[in-house]
Design a protein around this ligand. Structure first.
Ligand SMILES: [Fe+2]
Length: 153
């Protein structure tokens, strides 16, 4: 899979995890904690893949430089929200309020990338580069999942 296809796949996964967590409203058993961990891991890894592999390629073009800069700032916002949500019960109101902000932020990120940045990437980088980057992203993710397996063993 090429880089933009992989990143789009992440977006869909994140959307569905957020939707799942919205259903945690009022749950006191804390049974959604694992879903939040999944969301946090998924978003963190997605941001890493974009910041290490995709954005450095996009910021070198004048027409996508500003868009990329904005994207970095939005990642920081998402990371801060995830930090603030950590340790809260997904069923609590505090968590749900932060989740709503996260959802807005993610939606904005997804629209900007899928409607503007990805089509530009296809045009400016071309299929071959996107394929190579896709492989790099898969490698990065493979390493991350090996590391977390070792950490939990
Ligand atoms: Fe993204």
């Amino acid at each position: 899979m090429n880089a933009t296809e992989l990143l789009k796949q992440d977006h869909r996964e994140v959307d569905s995890l957020i939707a799942e967590l919205e259903g945690a409203s009022g749950d006191t058993a804390g049974s959604y904690a694992a879903t939040f961990t999944k969301l946090k891991n998924s978003l963190t890894l997605h941001a890493e893949a974009e910041e290490q592999i995709f954005y450095p390629a996009m910021e070198q073009f004048e027409e996508t430089e500003d868009l990329t800069e904005e994207a970095y700032a939005e990642h920081d916002e998402v990371k801060q929200l995830l930090e603030d949500m950590t340790g809260l019960n997904p069923g609590d109101e505090d968590f749900q309020e932060l989740l709503a902000q996260l959802k807005d932020s993610v939606q904005h990120h997804v629209e900007e990338e899928e409607n503007e940045m990805f089509p530009k990437a296809e045009e400016l980088l071309g299929e071959e580069t996107l394929e190579t980057m896709g492989n790099e992203i898969e490698t990065l993710k493979g390493e991350a999942s090996d590391a977390s397996r070792m950490a939990s063993a």
